[in-house]
Design a protein around this ligand. Structure first.
Ligand code: BGC
Length: 740
């Protein structure tokens, strides 16, 4: 059985044939078997006999959290050979940014602005997870988040709907491959539908308040893109919107998802989120929760037992129609047919590439390399030169922390595969440079300054100091939100002590979120922001420090100066009183003799101003990229036409490097107010020194559509501004018009 050959001709390819198979199977099912398909069991904690009996009785449609290939094959065997209808199982797992070989955290991958590397990383994850018999991952997470306090921003693709749409779709394609039924393809799950990233004050699971227009124009867009990319499943959010938890939202799960978008995959609840409807205070009992979720359109319940316990009685009592059940089960069966599970139910690791293959490690290294963002580089202190240095001090809690560099959500990640920065630096410089390493702090939260004198001594004795700072992995992720997002523990004090040595100081920061770096930004000469870079983070960072490669990452989320600026994001609205440099008087500049006249009556904070510390899209290079000659192929286009906006990118520096060229637009007047800038395109371009490239973006008028007051998606005629540059604060602008 295990050597069954890969499905060659998937009979489910043909849509009519697929529906015929779904309906034929559905017609044979009892109500209990249907409800079984709608139930997912946590299979990670013993109780094998109970589970086996349930499988035989056809009471389970999916399991999660089992990763042993023999155990999974045995579960599949029981489902396929010993249950009445032989329906194979969906086997789910959180394979978020790698299985054993770990890519950068998703937020880090987003900093690559490279759909191709994101796709390739997901492909590696799918291949490795397939060796265990996993056929379904709970990724990508495409929740937009404008709040770095939220621990799960690490798992997201950042603050922008366009960027998250492009990269989320790339992840779906990576997991699912060209053919979902092919060997090494696994089903993806776009989550969390919807609005989870807007949890109040970034506190995980907290209430969200998102008006429908904002929901449609921002939070829902990446989900539509994932569906267009063929995503098999969606997961509901734990959060509530406007008083209704997402797991009971008919608006989201029926109106938007099925009626407007015609999604024909299936929806799973989040972990026990059906029964949580009662805890939210929406229902008075688990029975009522099962009712609400089923009516709303949750096809499968994750981990809880409200469906198993109550759906049958709800149908018998006429409170849930059998049609609702049939619709849910058809969605689930369709996914199983598309996965080819009926043709090939068992996994055989020998048919797949080995774990941590050369390709996997090379992909992880490239992804890490492209995700690191050079935030500042005074006097071009970076790259370091092995020729000029005779010794370097490497100090800090994250230079040699193989597990921490992997980041959050790495259930199966193998820290023994990690190459740490200190290992990679030593191997890169060899005998040429003397590397002195001191951890100085036990971990990122450590408040003890005991080793700081020793750190200072080493620094005084070195030509440059590289500090490895940030957050250990446990400080971000689910239920790991922070109210203060500065460097924890005594790290800022360490920076200060090292600064006083007068040596060049380079900070490499590993973290799961944007941090407020205001208290250290002027105390260091350069900052490489590396997120949690994954298995191959060390070699990627070493290559960047020593100039083997030039940094090319760009921020996928805005870095605030102070936590009080949150939510802060580039595509904000203009307001009726937009701030400008002349309108801003900061707290220390208020004239004590005429305080009432001192501020500019515009939208800014007295203590923080209105700009971020680092803007969305920001990221420096070792070369000098310059932009010029922005233009449009026509100043006016008609509705339904395409405009080409272009600019020249010049590599005016000394080294070859890659740049992410970004296109932003502003729609000057709309039926609802439009953001001051919206990302509409980006391209990663490699350029040799002295060379110029003309970079063109084609923009169809449909790509300028937005939801207006009547919640319809339309493009309006009128005036537009367009900018091309290397960050969201670029000033190189042109204009065009869409005629009536
Ligand atoms: C998370 C989901 C995850 C699920 C299964 C939940 O707590 O919110 O994102 O897929 O657990 O592990």
């Amino acid at each position: 059985m295990l050597s069954m050959s890969k499905s060659t001709a998937n009979q489910a390819d043909e849509p009519h044939d697929l529906e015929r198979r779904v309906n034929a199977l559905l017609a044979e099912m009892t109500l209990a078997e249907k409800i079984g398909q709608m139930s997912q069991r946590h299979a990670g904690d013993g109780q094998a006999e109970v589970l086996h009996d349930e499988l035989r009785a056809g009471r389970v449609g999916s399991v999660l959290n089992v990763v042993d290939v023999d155990v999974i094959n045995e579960l599949q065997r029981i489902a396929v050979e010993e249950s009445r209808l032989g329906i194979p199982l969906m086997v789910g797992r959180d394979v978020i940014h790698g299985f054993k070989t770990i890519m950068p955290i998703p937020l880090g991958q987003a900093a690559s602005w490279n759909p191709e590397i994101v796709r390739a990383g997901a492909r590696i994850a799918a291949l490795e997870a397939s060796t265990a018999g996993i056929n379904w991952t709970f990724a990508p997470m495409i929740d937009i988040s404008r709040d770095a306090r939220w621990g799960r921003i690490a798992e997201s693709l950042g603050e922008d709907a366009f960027l998250a749409s492009q990269l989320g779709a790339a992840m779906v394609k990576g997991f699912q491959g060209e053919d979902l039924s092919a060997l090494g393809s696994i089903a993806a799950c776009a989550k969390h539908f919807a609005g989870y990233g807007a949890a109040e004050s970034g506190r995980d699971y907290a209430t969200t308040n998102i008006p429908e227009n904002e929901m449609r124009n921002v939070y829902l867009r990446p989900f539509k893109a994932a569906i267009d990319a063929g995503v098999t499943t969606l997961m509901t959010s734990f959060s509530e919107i406007d008083g209704v938890p997402a797991t009971a939202s008919e608006f989201l799960l029926r109106q938007v998802l099925r009626d407007e978008w015609a999604f024909d995959g299936f929806v799973i609840s989040d972990w026990d989120s059906v029964r949580q409807l009662k805890i939210h205070g929406l229902t008075a009992s688990d029975r009522e929760s099962a009712h609400e979720a089923a009516i709303a359109g949750v096809d499968m319940e994750m981990a809880g037992d409200a469906y198993a316990a109550h759906l049958a009685a709800l149908v018998e009592d006429g409170e849930v129609s059998e049609e609702t059940i049939d619709h849910a089960v058809a969605n689930i069966l369709r996914a199983k047919f598309r996965l080819g599970l009926f043709e090939k139910s068992f996994a055989n690791p020998e048919e797949l590439p080995p774990i941590a293959s050369d390709d996997a490690l090379a992909t992880a290294r490239k992804a890490a390399l492209q995700s690191v963002v050079l935030l500042k580089n005074d006097d071009r202190v970076l790259p370091l030169s092995t020729e000029d240095l005779s010794n370097v001090a490497v100090v800090g809690p994250l230079a040699d922390a193989p597990y921490e560099q992997l980041g959050t959500w790495i259930f199966d990640g193998d820290a023994s595969l990690s190459i740490t920065p200190i290992q990679a630096i030593r191997s890169l410089v060899g005998e040429q440079v003397d590397v002195r390493y001191l951890r100085a702090l036990a971990n990122s939260r450590d408040k003890s300054t005991e080793s700081f004198d020793e750190a200072v001594e080493i620094a005084l004795d070195s030509d440059a100091v590289v500090l490895f700072l940030g957050e250990e992995s446990i400080l971000s992720g689910e239920a790991h939100s922070r109210a203060d997002i500065s460097l924890p523990g005594a790290q800022a004090e360490l920076v200060q002590r090292i600064r006083e040595t007068g040596k060049p100081v380079i900070a490499v920061i590993l973290a799961g979120r944007p941090l407020t770096l205001t208290n250290i930004v002027d105390e260091v000469d350069a900052i490489l922001f590396a997120w949690h870079p994954g298995t191959m983070g060390g070699p990627a960072i070493a290559d960047l420090l020593f100039g083997v490669e030039s940094p090319s990452g760009k921020l996928p989320a805005t870095f605030p100066r102070m936590v009080g600026q949150i939510p802060i994001y580039y595509n904000q609205k203009n307001t009726g009183k937009p701030p400008s440099p002349d309108s801003v008087v900061l707290i220390d500049d208020i004239d004590p003799h005429a305080p009432q006249l001192s501020t500019g009556m515009t939208a800014y904070h007295l203590d923080a101003g209105y700009t971020p510390l680092f803007a969305f899209g920001h990221g420096l290079s070792y070369t000098d990229f310059q932009y010029r000659n922005i233009g449009v192929d026509s100043p006016e286009i008609g509705m339904g036409e395409t405009i080409t906006i272009s600019a020249e990118l010049v590599n005016a520096g000394e080294v070859a490097a890659e740049e992410v060229v970004q296109l932003y637009i502003r729609d000057l007047a709309g039926n609802v107010t439009r953001p001051v800038r919206e990302l509409k395109g980006f391209k990663r371009i490699r350029l040799e020194p002295g060379k110029t490239a003309k970079v063109e973006f084609d923009l169809h008028t449909d790509e300028l559509a937005f939801y207006g007051r009547n919640m319809r998606l339309v493009t309006e005629p009128g005036e537009f501004h367009a900018w091309i540059g290397g960050s969201s604060d670029t000033q190189l602008r042109t204009e065009f018009r869409i005629s009536d």
